[in-house]
Design a protein around this ligand. Structure first.
Ligand SMILES: [Zn+2]
Length: 308
């Protein structure tokens, strides 16, 4: 009996230690550049803390510039998570200047992440207007669910190392998230079945990870600035390309003016639609990654199913 009492006492004191506030977990400061990754990290850190997001609102990470408050947040972080210099050119300078206390994580270098080359060639134009990287990897890695799973597994161990008190919780959250991403991939495989092999082009070549994974890949891309209307010569080139590739739909990012898309597709039987590869029109948070991926499938379907 005395032995049982001491066991109960030991269990109770152990439980008290587990529920006592842990300074380690309260202090784990994580800053994330873009919404899709922030969404995954939010789930990973559930019950531990809330990661801070840099590129919020309807903004593209490709054209983002740091404010002093962002720079302060990065400099004060324990862990700063970005995807790649192609996706977030605004991180190029600051990662060379952060204090040694900041662990900079570049996800395109994470183990298990499968990289594709930036596409160039006859039917694909450069990824963004005024781009200066050549031969780089395509940075839109989160659009393949297998890469999302690799990112989650890698970050769970990295954060567990920074905050050992939270290791068990991080691993539990990572396992749950892994299962949720698996279920999402099965759902997307099913929902994209009806639109396989329908030729389309994109105004922003962001989708090859999604396209190759689910068999709904673009046949080409055109590079048009979201703000500047192309001239008559350029419009003729683009319409000729649409005809040559026998394109069913043209997809632009949400920031493109509808009249810009109409200018390219008018007088053709080609449809048009919108895709949002970074979730710029979605509210940040734990559900964003899943809403973004379902939104891509829905955006593709809404045009491709209506046009043949
Ligand atoms: Zn891009």
């Amino acid at each position: 009996m005395a032995q049982l009492k001491s066991i109960v006492a030991a269990l109770l004191s152990g439980a008290a230690a587990l529920t006592a506030p842990s300074t380690a977990s309260a202090d784990l400061g994580v800053v994330v550049t873009i919404k899709p990754i922030h969404s995954l990290v939010t789930r990973l850190m559930a019950g531990i803390g809330t990661p801070k997001l840099l590129v919020d609102g309807p903004a593209s990470p490709h054209a983002f510039s740091l404010k002093p408050s962002h720079a302060r947040a990065i400099n004060n972080a324990d862990v700063f998570i970005r995807v790649s210099e192609m996706v977030e050119p605004f991180t190029r300078k600051i990662v060379k200047a952060v204090p040694e206390t900041v662990r900079v994580v570049t996800l395109e270098e994470a183990p298990g992440v499968k990289l594709l080359d930036v596409r160039t060639g006859s039917s694909f134009e450069q990824h963004t207007v005024a781009e200066d990287h050549h031969g780089a990897s395509d940075g839109h890695i989160w659009l393949d669910p297998d890469n999302a799973k690799a990112i989650v597994a890698y970050l769970a161990e990295l954060l567990a190392e920074r905050s050992p008190a939270d290791a068990a919780k991080l691993r539990l959250n990572a396992a749950q998230l892994n299962d949720d991403i698996d279920a999402l991939a099965v759902e997307l495989q099913e929902s994209t079945r009806s639109i396989k092999d329908k030729p389309f082009i994109v105004f922003h070549d962001a989708y090859q990870y999604f396209g190759k994974r689910f068999g709904v890949d673009a046949v080409g891309s055109v590079t048009v600035s979201p703000e500047v209307a192309p001239g008559a010569k350029r419009l003729n080139e683009l319409r000729a390309k649409i005809r040559a590739l026998d394109v069913v739909c043209v997809f632009a990012d949400p920031l493109f003016q509808p009249r810009l898309i109409a200018a390219v597709t008018e007088d053709t039987k080609t449809g048009s639609g919108t895709l949002d590869p970074t979730g710029m029109m979605l509210a940040a948070g734990k559900d964003l990654y899943f809403e973004l991926m379902r939104g891509l499938a829905a955006g593709l379907k809404s045009c491709l199913e209506a046009h043949t």
